[in-house]
Design a protein around this ligand. Structure first.
Ligand SMILES: [Zn+2]
Length: 278
């Protein structure tokens, strides 16, 4: 399979959340995970020190890791605020060009999923910041209704990466849909709202997903890892992601970007064949 890695940038600083309930929840969750023995005392301490460093994003750390492995991935940035995404646009204005300058992809982490004017504003903001028109989107919390994708396509998004399906990319209202195969939270938290698995359990979850994808004969697989968890304060998440990249390679899979995948898919479309057959 050709694996497309992406990162939803849900947080930039800690204190951007000063007026939403995320901070008390964050602390309660940390103590609960410690009580359940899922995280170490060191991780618990590091989660407190985040309040002093005031940094929750780990964009550079993820790019550094991927650089070492010669991988390119995609970072989705919020262009509006909603449901726990609270950073101001100026933070995205700073990070998007840095991501692009290092040869990584950037796209929109969508907030509005029904209100056309709000959706258009997010698209316009990202076009202005990135200087591009060929970018894609993933909705925050994978939110959608029956009109979302038609509206995104009409706005000119090149692709969407929101839907959760066991499928290769396909055309959806003209744009490309890259269905999500696997994300960090599903592996670490399971059905809970906190880390309910240890590293072994999280690996098992990923292995089962990869087995399913291979059995289905998928040519492409989308995997989401939130950059904020690439941190010693989330040691299990970080270890899981490093293991996953190595495991994918061992298993014979390669890594590509949405842009590369779309080029392959469009070339195959022009030939009237399946992209996997080239
Ligand atoms: Zn999100």
């Amino acid at each position: 399979m050709r694996v497309i890695l992406s990162h939803d940038v849900d947080h930039i600083t800690v204190w951007e959340h000063w007026k939403d309930p995320i901070l008390p929840k964050y602390i309660v969750r940390a103590y609960l995970e410690r009580a359940l023995g899922k995280i170490s005392w060191k991780e618990l301490a590091l989660r407190h020190s985040d309040f002093l460093t005031n940094r929750w994003e780990r964009i550079t750390e993820v790019m550094d890791l991927h650089d070492k492995l010669d991988i390119r991935s995609c970072f989705f940035f919020g262009m509006a605020n909603g449901v726990g995404l609270s950073y101001p646009l100026r933070h995205a204005e700073k990070h998007v060009p840095q991501v692009q300058a290092r040869g990584f992809e950037a796209g929109v982490h969508g907030i509005a999923y029904s209100d056309e004017a709000a959706m258009a504003a997010e698209h316009q903001r990202f076009a202005a910041i990135s200087g591009r028109s060929d970018f894609g989107i993933r909705m925050h919390y994978l939110r959608q209704d029956e009109t979302t994708f038609q509206k995104l396509a009409a706005l000119g998004y090149a692709f969407d990466a929101t839907r959760q399906e066991l499928s290769d990319p396909y055309r959806l209202h003209g744009m490309w849909e890259f269905p999500l195969l696997l994300m960090d939270g599903w592996a670490m938290d399971g059905e809970k709202r906190y880390q309910s698995r240890d590293l072994g359990g999280a690996k098992q979850f990923a292995l089962a997903k990869l087995d399913e994808a291979e059995k289905a004969g998928l040519q492409y697989a989308s995997i989401l890892f939130h950059d904020r968890y690439y941190s010693p304060a989330f040691a299990t998440w970080k270890a899981w992601y490093e293991w996953l990249l190595g495991h994918l390679k061992e298993r014979g899979h390669t890594f590509i970007t949405h842009a590369e995948a779309m080029r392959q898919l469009e070339a195959a479309e022009a030939r009237g064949t399946n992209a996997g057959m080239e």
